[in-house]
Design a protein around this ligand. Structure first.
Ligand code: SF4
Length: 339
């Protein structure tokens, strides 16, 4: 059996050809699976023989939702995969629509010290079906269309790029989720080769790079991946991405009290990224149990913000969504594992 949620339109057409069916049948199957969210092939306008072939060769996979936490601004879903591992997704309820934050790996090996997911080591990459299944379940649950996707749940998506690209391909299908490329954001902790690969791929999504420090020495103390990739190389890759795809890159910066939030840090950050088509997204830290960090005070955050502005850098501040439903990535899963 082939899991239908794991196939792009092109791959489904190829599989149908392999089964002796017309590849154009994919254009009937895809709208039913992703537009109408069909759970079987029953009722599709196809010959009985074809329906039997489909039923014999394709399954509807996707993860099983085992817990949901609801708040006014964000709902969190915990899913169990077929091998018993668990992952989570967050539905963010913005004024302008719904956005789903999807996970791309079981656990994460990047080890960012401020992140709950970093404490749960990577077990494996998610399959395309396991990523698509997160959207399918949430789309059914809310009964309305999704406005956007953030590929910034648990995991480093650039470590699982081939599957992530297929997932993005399926999410964009016009008669399905129909999520435009400009409404899909992928966040990386700065894996330089992956940024170049994504830049040269057919999916020029919005790129968000987690910087969190204006120099390598400080960055290494909070993000182990900084030992492998230097800031100058990350900035060069981000510049390439921006110029190749004519996109503004986002730099994520979480405010950690007394660690990376000084006026000097702000000035050095401005210098580091000056001249790039970018903006900085300042994130208030949402502390997790056992975290050695706390969020910078409001006045400190505002001072940091003002300095970036004075240097001509575009800045936004992320609204804290879903703090009451453990919305820092990895927290629900950590809680379910007793972490
Ligand atoms: S912040 Fe992202 S990359 Fe870093 S440990 Fe957490 S999930 Fe992994």
């Amino acid at each position: 059996m082939t899991d239908i949620y794991g196939l792009t339109l092109k791959k489904l057409a190829d599989k149908l050809t392999e089964l002796g069916e017309k590849p154009s049948r994919a254009d009937i199957i895809f709208p039913a699976v992703y537009g109408e969210l069909a759970r079987s092939f029953d009722g599709l306008p196809l010959k009985q023989e074809t329906l039997c072939t489909l039923a014999e060769n394709f399954s509807f996979g996707g993860p099983e939702c085992i817990e949901k936490l609801v708040s006014e601004t964000a709902d969190k879903y915990l899913f169990r995969l077929s091998d018993g591992n668990t992952i989570e997704s967050v539905l963010m309820k913005h004024e302008f629509g719904y956005n789903v934050c999807v996970s791309t790996q079981v656990g994460c090996n990047m080890g960012c010290r401020f992140c709950a997911s970093g404490r749960l080591k990577k077990v494996r990459d998610l399959t395309v079906s396991e990523m698509v299944g997160q959207l399918i379940h949430i789309r059914r649950d809310i009964g309305t269309r999704l406005g956007g996707i953030s590929v910034m749940g648990i995991g480093e998506p650039l470590e699982n790029l081939a599957n992530v690209l297929d997932f993005i391909d399926i999410a964009q299908y016009p008669k399905g989720f129909d999520i435009g490329i400009k409404h899909i954001t992928l966040s990386t902790c700065g894996l330089v080769p992956g940024i170049y690969k994504l830049a040269d791929s057919s999916a020029p999504v919005n790129l968000a790079v987690s910087l969190h420090a204006p120099d390598d020495a400080l960055r290494r103390t909070i993000m182990p991946s900084a030992n492998k990739y230097a800031l100058n190389d990350i900035i060069a890759a981000a510049r390439y991405y921006s110029e190749k795809n004519n996109r503004r890159v986002t730099f994520e910066y979480v405010m950690l009290d007394g660690v990376n939030d000084s006026d000097e840090c702000a000035a050095r950050l401005a210098e580091l990224i000056s001249g790039l088509n970018c903006y900085v997204n300042i994130i208030r830290y949402n502390p997790t149990d056992g975290s050695p960090f706390s969020c910078s005070p409001h006045e400190r955050i505002m001072s940091f913000y003002d300095i970036l502005k004075k240097h001509g850098i575009g800045v936004t501040m992320r609204r804290e969504l879903g703090a009451s439903v453990n919305a820092a990535c990895g927290q629900l899963r950590a809680a379910s594992l007793g972490g």
